[in-house]
Design a binder for this molecule. Structure first.
Ligand SMILES: [Zn+2]
Ligand SMILES: [Zn+2]
Length: 529
């Protein structure tokens, strides 16, 4: 059988061993472990009834769940890029291709939500994708299962979304705000604009102009969705090179819909390839094959400390965008398809990567917090809170992540960094410790003339802090630092690591992802008058 998947290419990689047997094995897995009754795996464009589901038999947490149950704004961990079995494979021997349930990603949405709860997430987004007519699969199958999952796992806010086959670019998340019309809104977006929705494929749907139309469409909705670019350098062929997704596209998207196109994955998912343990006979890579994948399935040019080169290089593309004053935020996700213990290259949602947003635990507040850049990200549960505030010495006004401090020429700026690691050991029995925190500083010089610009030469590491420079105040670690005499518009951002690398180094294949952990804040802007 000819099959294709538009996920990681993992299944493409092993297509020669993909067989009816492999497909049946996967269905057997679902049936055995999740008590699913699936009458047929081939969905045949909606002619079959959706599979009946019962509550998945997910193992009880071995660690106490850390979901926040209080009220008021606080740091809420989440993941906006999670696949379920409705990320279908395709049998391309039929015309049009026939979607195959569970052939790209395998788990029911409820399983993903249960795992999100287990690993301490307060919110998640279901982001399935597929080929021709996938908007119907999302609408008719994934959405009803999402509603079941919301009822079954009420501790986790669960948004409906999609991994958009982005016109003229690599994938992106579209996150739909909660609402009675959320399913129809997503169907409208996917059916009108997903570049692989029609068969045969349409070149017209794969032009940047189509993406601009998509963003204009989303920008007119109330409330507006948000969109994050996925694994932006996965297709890049070298350092400083860009693949399917380019700097020009980010600028054009953000220009046309600055409240919708708001950022990118700083750290992509698929970080568990070196841990992959095929043991269930699935049509997934062999042990050796999986370990040939770089972190993030970045096989052409590696990630750096698990982060995309666009984010990880100081003075690189992210800093170039921030140097224009763009509100362009970074996130970290699982891209969960198949867990590493079951032959995949993925962690569960929240198991390794977390996107924290400062918000009330309501869908509306989480979307607002994401849009406002009140976001920090970490891998490996290095930290669980990160508060950064800046104020001019002698003044009262403060600004925090995503915000802007108004100051005067000549002001001294006091920066206070507080972080917290109260999580204890991870489920793997690891309790990584922060070895260093860096304060990064760059100038905001306004829009660039060349939309392909990829550098901000003013950005540098302003200061590096190790334990001798910080104090423990209660359960928080506190660092203070003074920047003298600000004269220009600028921004500050923070990163930290458990390594001794001064800058994140390209990740070798086979690297244990738990040994090379980083956290990143989003920026605070300083506007000088
Ligand atoms: Zn993707
Ligand atoms: Zn994905």
């Amino acid at each position: 059988m000819m099959r294709e998947s538009n996920g990681t290419g993992v299944r493409n990689f092993s297509s020669k061993e993909t067989s009816q047997r492999g497909r049946l094995a996967r269905v057997a897995l679902l049936s055995a472990t999740l008590s699913l009754a699936i009458t047929g795996t081939v969905m045949a464009h909606g002619r079959h009834a959706p599979p009946k589901t019962s509550a998945p038999q997910v193992a009880a947490p071995k660690v106490a769940s850390k979901q926040d149950s209080g009220t008021g704004p606080r740091w809420l961990a989440g993941d906006h890029h999670i696949h379920s079995r409705y990320s279908v494979g395709l049998d391309t021997t039929t015309t049009p291709p026939t979607p195959i349930l569970g052939a790209d990603a395998v788990y029911p949405i409820t399983t993903n939500a249960s795992m999100a709860r287990r690993f301490g997430l307060s919110w998640m987004v279901a982001t399935d994708h597929g080929g021709p007519n996938h908007s119907k699969i999302n609408h008719d199958y994934a959405y009803p299962e999402l509603l079941q999952s919301r009822a079954a796992v009420p501790e986790v806010i669960q948004f409906f979304g999609i991994e958009l086959n982005t016109p003229a670019a690599d994938h992106s998340s579209v996150v739909i705000p909660y609402g009675p019309d959320e399913a129809q809104r997503l169907r409208d977006i996917e059916s009108k604009f997903d570049s692989r929705e029609v068969f045969p494929r349409s070149e017209a749907r794969n032009q940047e102009s189509a993406m601009i139309s998509a963003l204009e469409f989303m920008n007119q909705q109330t409330p507006k969705p948000v969109l994050f670019a996925h694994h932006p350098s996965r297709s890049a062929t070298g350092m400083g090179e860009y693949g399917l997704t380019t700097p020009q596209e980010f600028r054009n998207w953000n220009d046309v819909a600055p409240q919708v196109a708001i950022g990118m994955e700083g750290a992509p998912g698929h970080q568990a390839s070196s841990l992959s343990r095929p043991k269930l006979g699935l049509a997934t890579p062999s042990d050796a094959e999986a370990r040939e994948y770089g972190r993030g399935a970045y096989n052409k040019t590696p990630t750096m400390g698990g982060f995309d080169q666009m984010t990880a290089q100081v003075g690189g593309l992210w800093d170039s965008l921030l140097g224009e004053g763009r509100r362009w935020w970074i996130t970290a996700t699982s891209d969960s398809h198949v867990h590493y213990s079951e032959g995949g290259i993925d962690f569960w949602p929240g198991e390794y990567s977390k996107t924290y947003v400062f918000a009330d635990k309501t869908p509306e507040s989480i979307i607002s917090g994401l849009r406002a850049g009140k976001i920090f990200v970490t891998t490996g549960d290095l930290i669980s809170e990160l508060d950064v505030s800046v104020k001019a010495v002698g003044a009262n006004a403060t600004a925090t992540m995503g915000g802007t401090l108004a100051s005067k020429v000549g002001d001294d700026i006091e920066v206070t960094i507080r972080f917290k690691d109260d999580k204890g050991p991870t489920p793997q029995g690891i309790n990584p410790l922060v070895s260093r925190v860096d304060l990064i500083r760059g100038e905001v010089t306004g829009p660039v003339a060349d939309k392909a610009a990829t550098k901000n030469p003013t950005t540098r590491v302003e200061a590096r802090f190790t334990s001798s420079a910080w104090t423990q105040v209660g359960d928080q670690t506190v660092i203070t630092y003074r920047i003298k005499n600000v004269t220009k518009n600028e921004y500050l951002r923070i990163r930290g690591t458990n390594t001794t690398e001064l800058e994140p180094q390209p990740d070798p294949k086979g690297e244990d992802p738990w040994t090379d952990l980083w956290f990143y804040s989003n920026p605070i802007f300083i506007s000088v008058k």
